[in-house]
Ligand binder design. Structure first.
Ligand SMILES: Nc1ncnc2c1ncn2[C@@H]1O[C@H](COP(=O)(O)OP(=O)(O)O)[C@@H](O)[C@H]1O
Ligand SMILES: Nc1ccn([C@@H]2O[C@H](COP(=O)(O)OP(=O)(O)O)[C@@H](O)[C@H]2O)c(=O)n1
Length: 224
């Protein structure tokens, strides 16, 4: 059985970059669950529909040929024949994604996909990051981490990535998305047994080391 290393947290807390680095370091797979929600939002928009329309979202998810890899060095995402890797990071998709994430049938369908990708993974473990991995997708995972950082620090990191975008607009969009998303699943408070890593005062390398320390401690305890 492939182990889940479950990591949740709000936007810009470092989930993707830190999880990827940890997976590389340990020779594990990496699954960015947010990219599935983003790809579905892209798919809804591509069909000329609105993600606020739950019926349109359900129609789109019924025909949603998404492909996600587990290689931490290849973040390619495709929908059918279309490579959407870059398009799903566009502000238009970020602004629309919470609409698809709030539809329960969508969550069930993508969760089934995530569990089967991990079950069939050619890795001893997969670092799976998102919002509800520690609580819904893999509540029994041996390692469960909530990665947090102060809101202004998260907004500044995301604005730094989106060069050319207005920093205040990026911050406002990020906080609005967190508010919508946290009404669906709680990723601001750690569930019982979930370890908190707060990266507010840590640089990137220190954050990776903090996550590795949690994994090594828990897996060390489990496997002697
Ligand atoms: N501890 C940290 N210190 C400084 N920058 C960081 C830290 N962790 C992540 N970053 C940077 O912040 C940005 C957002 O991180 P990302 O991994 O995309 O977050 P998330 O997946 O949670 O939205 C990236 O540019 C990343 O390199
Ligand atoms: N497990 C997950 C992962 C993402 N999502 C949704 O997908 C969106 C994009 O997730 P993401 O992880 O790519 O976002 P960032 O934190 O990278 O900005 C979130 O804003 C949520 O709406 C979710 O609902 N559950």
């Amino acid at each position: 059985m492939t182990d889940f290393i479950a990591i949740d947290g709000p936007a810009g807390s470092g989930k993707s970059s830190v999880s990827k680095a940890v997976a590389r370091k340990l020779g594990f797979g990496y699954l960015d669950t947010g990219s599935a929600y983003r790809a579905l939002a892209w798919h809804v928009l591509d069909r000329g529909a609105d993600t606020a329309d739950a019926d349109a979202v359900l129609a789109a998810v019924a025909e949603f040929p998404v492909r996600l890899g587990l290689d931490p060095d290849d973040r390619t995402v495709t929908v059918g024949e279309v490579d959407v890797t870059d398009a799903i990071r566009e502000p238009s998709v970020s602004g629309a994604v919470s609409g698809v994430a709030r539809v329960p049938e969508v969550r069930e369908q993508v969760n089934t996909l995530f569990r089967s990708l991990v079950a069939e993974a050619p890795y001893p473990a997969v670092v799976v990051e998102g919002r509800d991995i520690t609580t819904v997708v893999a509540p029994d995972a041996p390692v469960r981490i909530l990665l947090t950082a102060a809101p202004e620090v998260r907004a500044a990191r995301r604005a730094g990535e989106l060069a050319g975008e207005n920093a205040e607009a990026v911050a406002a969009a990020l906080h609005k998305r967190d508010a919508s998303d946290s009404a669906v699943v709680d990723f601001l408070n750690a569930a019982d047994g979930v370890e908190v890593v707060d990266s507010t005062e840590l640089d990137f390398t220190q954050t990776i080391d903090a996550v590795l320390a949690v994994i090594e401690r828990i897996r060390g305890v489990h496997h002697g």
